[in-house]
Design a protein around this ligand. Structure first.
Ligand code: PNS
Length: 174
């Protein structure tokens, strides 16, 4: 087996649905940016997935977070992730693993991506402890039921969630 060495500094891609992005995701991106000189956060452009926010809305919210940080780029992709990796010249995939329950799905994806693109490596990062239980699904459910997700999602995302789900009850934090 030969492991190729990239001539350029490695570009890492952090793919996901991000519907919407939460602070667990943000922490993973920032952790990845300490390891890799360039991190591309890639939103799956899949309108058929029954998402709350359109890919364009998700992209806009995420671009706001890292505006002005040239080492972190946000863009969308559709189709196979490996095709996107080729397109942007990346072979590193970042994924966060929160608990053992994530493992089977993540393992399957990593192996499938490696089957499709043998040079692709998936790097698993662990979340900050306080975000271990966090998921986009739970965040949406809490807001839909009138709960406060301050400190769990970026403030602009929280305000959009509350507006979208008709629960604008929590003032912006300072
Ligand atoms: O945030 P998610 O929903 O867990 O992210 C899943 C994602 C977007 C990373 C995954 O569904 C994906 O890579 N989709 C693109 C299609 C693809 O490449 N499938 C083959 C790998 S299993």
């Amino acid at each position: 087996m030969t492991i190729s060495r990239e001539p350029h500094p490695p570009v890492a891609v952090y793919p996901g649905s991000f519907d919407p992005i939460h602070l667990g995701h943000v922490a993973i991106v920032e952790r990845a940016a300490k390891i890799f000189p360039k991190v591309i956060v890639a939103v799956l452009d899949n309108s058929a997935k029954g998402s709350l926010f359109s890919p364009a809305e998700r992209l806009e919210m995420m671009k706001e977070i890292w505006a002005g940080d040239p080492s972190i780029e946000v863009c969308s992709f559709n189709g196979l992730l490996v095709n996107f990796l080729h397109e942007v010249g990346a072979s590193i995939v970042i994924r966060g693993i929160r608990a053992v329950s994530d493992f089977e799905y993540e393992f399957m994806m990593a192996l499938m991506n490696r089957h499709l693109y043998p040079d692709a490596e998936t790097v698993f990062l662990t979340p900050r402890e306080e975000f271990t239980y966090l998921s986009s699904r739970v965040v949406k459910e809490v807001v839909a039921l009138g709960g406060d997700v301050t400190g769990l999602v970026p403030d602009p995302v929280r305000m959009r969630l509350e507006a979208r789900l008709g629960k604008a009850t929590h003032p912006p934090t300072r």
